[in-house]
Design a protein around this ligand. Structure first.
Ligand SMILES: Cc1cc2nc3c(=O)[nH]c(=O)nc-3n(C[C@H](O)[C@H](O)[C@H](O)COP(=O)(O)OP(=O)(O)OC[C@H]3O[C@@H](n4cnc5c(N)ncnc54)[C@H](O)[C@@H]3O)c2cc1C
Length: 468
């Protein structure tokens, strides 16, 4: 349960219904007249030096970076649906420097290489900013920084482990005005905010300008061999290629042996109508930071360029059988909880309405950050497992995939983070039972001053535990 010491009166059920009544069941960022028209699907056999599977950030960064490394390569990218339609076009737009899903998770799994990972992550974020400028991608990228807020007394001491300037209750409320805030940390260095769909579309445009062929509605059904070359089967024709990079995220992997290494978990978000000048005045938020809280089931929220608030997180929903389904994008129970928490956090915005509600699948791995590898004798590389923090880290993953395909050691490929793999999830029905139990335990820990039960402590000990 989401409890605050200063819990304001919860909004009446009727007012939550009214606030959600007109919310379109579609991701806010994709509902944009700037969305490019469809690209062609593959109808005839094609051949390339490098075939990339997946048209989200992983695949798109791989395409652009491969062009920089290999100006003479013939590169084709095959996307099963539309560019940026999946996680990359429907996320919170928090583009973080961390490659390890935060400092604390990094310290847990890679304590010996934390400094190096931090430096690589910061360089990656700087390079994302540079690439956006070089390719003139209009995606509202801004280095707004992160505000982490404590909403319960026991969380105040946890702020010691967060980077940035420590703020007391008055100082944090002077940044963003919520009666629920008890303290905060303001990190101005390691987080940028972005319009993610426009970033994906801009990367695709830049890739095409660099001579890369992008196919939409072209799902790759399987990878085999045609002599010395790879053969990627699609519904109408085959792509033969020397090398392939897989940026398929939460979707069923084309490499059988890593299918148990991730589970698709649904994360949900809401966007409000634009705030009026007086509503804006009542929340402050002049520095427009990305905000998150410290519960295990945490919320994340931010302003959009047109002064709406995007509000997401909290519930993380796993559906039995590792399935990804369009109907899972909508979950009224989660939407209602999110809306209630929104008005508890910003009671002064009572009466504000939501215009968009949606969910999307994240590729959860047991170590909560990406893992990498190759298949087909080193000719196919993959990077996945970002667990809901891949807006920035997928560019690093793209570099790793290209390093692995080039076959030359680099500072990245010698990292333990790159060489090691997380433990897989068990098959069903154990996966479902285990995830539900863990979720319930995390929620209970949030309601008991963060105290972790035996299950969570055991998971922590074997290296698959997590706290936010
Ligand atoms: C609601 C939500 C909020 C999030 N918020 C944040 C955030 O604020 N910050 C952050 O860092 N991360 C966030 N994330 C996670 C982030 O969006 C992802 O980590 C990131 O976008 C992953 O990019 P990707 O390219 O690997 O995957 P995707 O964007 O999912 O792209 C994978 C693509 O591969 C295609 N594909 C799959 N299989 C095949 C196949 N066989 N053939 C052809 N195509 C195929 C799919 O159609 C899809 O387009 C969020 C995710 C969600 C769902």
């Amino acid at each position: 349960m989401f409890r605050h010491v200063l819990t304001p009166p919860a909004s009446a059920p009727g007012s939550i219904d009214a606030a959600l009544a007109d919310a379109a069941p579609t991701p806010f960022w994709l509902d944009d007249p700037a969305r490019p028209g469809p690209r062609p699907r593959l109808r005839r056999p094609a051949s390339a030096d490098l075939a990339i599977v997946g048209g989200g950030f992983s695949g798109l960064w791989t395409a652009l970076l491969a062009r920089e490394r290999h100006p003479d390569w013939d590169i084709v990218l095959a996307e099963g649906a539309r560019i940026g339609w999946a996680a990359s076009g429907r996320n919170g737009g928090f583009c973080a420097a961390t490659l390890t899903h935060g400092e604390r998770n990094g310290r847990r799994h890679f304590p010996d290489e934390l400094d190096e990972l931090r430096a690589l992550g910061r360089a990656n974020l700087d390079e994302i900013e540079q690439a956006i400028a070089v390719h003139q991608i209009d995606c509202d990228f801004s280095r707004s920084g992160a505000l982490v807020v404590a909403t319960e007394p026991h969380q105040v001491s946890w702020l010691r482990n967060e980077p940035g300037e420590l703020l007391d209750a008055d100082a944090v409320r002077a940044e963003v005005n919520s009666p629920t805030y008890l303290a905060g940390r303001y990190d101005q260095r390691d987080l940028a905010l972005v319009n993610p769909a426009r970033l994906a579309w801009g990367l695709a445009r830049a890739a095409e300008e660099a001579g890369i062929r992008i196919l939409e509605q072209t799902p790759v059904l399987g990878i085999g061999r045609n002599g010395t070359r790879l053969a990627l089967a699609t519904p109408h024709a085959t792509i033969t290629a020397r090398k392939a990079a897989l940026g398929t995220n939460a979707f069923r992997s084309l490499i059988r042996r890593i299918r148990l290494h991730t589970v698709p978990v649904y994360d949900h978000a809401l966007v409000t109508e634009p705030l009026s000048a007086s509503q804006l005045g009542s929340v402050g938020w002049r520095n427009r930071q990305g905000v998150s809280d410290l519960t295990n089931q945490f919320h994340y929220y931010r302003m959009t360029a047109d002064n709406r608030i995007l509000w997401g997180g909290y519930d993380a929903i796993y559906h039995y059988g590792r399935h990804i389904r369009t109907r899972y994008d909508q979950r009224p129970a989660t939407t209602r909880i999110l809306a209630e928490h929104f008005f508890q956090t910003f009671p002064q915005l009572d009466g504000l309405r939501f215009t968009h509600q949606w969910g999307g699948a994240i590729d959860t791995s047991t170590r909560f950050c990406a893992f990498f590898g190759t298949a087909h004798h080193g000719d196919v590389a993959y990077a996945l497992g970002y667990t809901g923090l891949g807006v920035g880290a997928t560019r690093f993953g793209a570099q790793v995939m290209l390093d692995l395909l080039d076959g030359e050691p680099t500072p990245r490929t010698s990292l333990r983070m790159v060489q090691s793999r997380p433990l897989p999830f068990p098959p069903e029905p154990l996966a479902y039972a285990g995830i539900q139990l863990t979720r319930r335990s995390l929620a209970r820990a949030d309601g008991r001053q963060g105290e972790r039960n035996l299950l969570l402590r055991t998971l922590d000990r074997i290296g698959v535990g997590y706290d936010s």
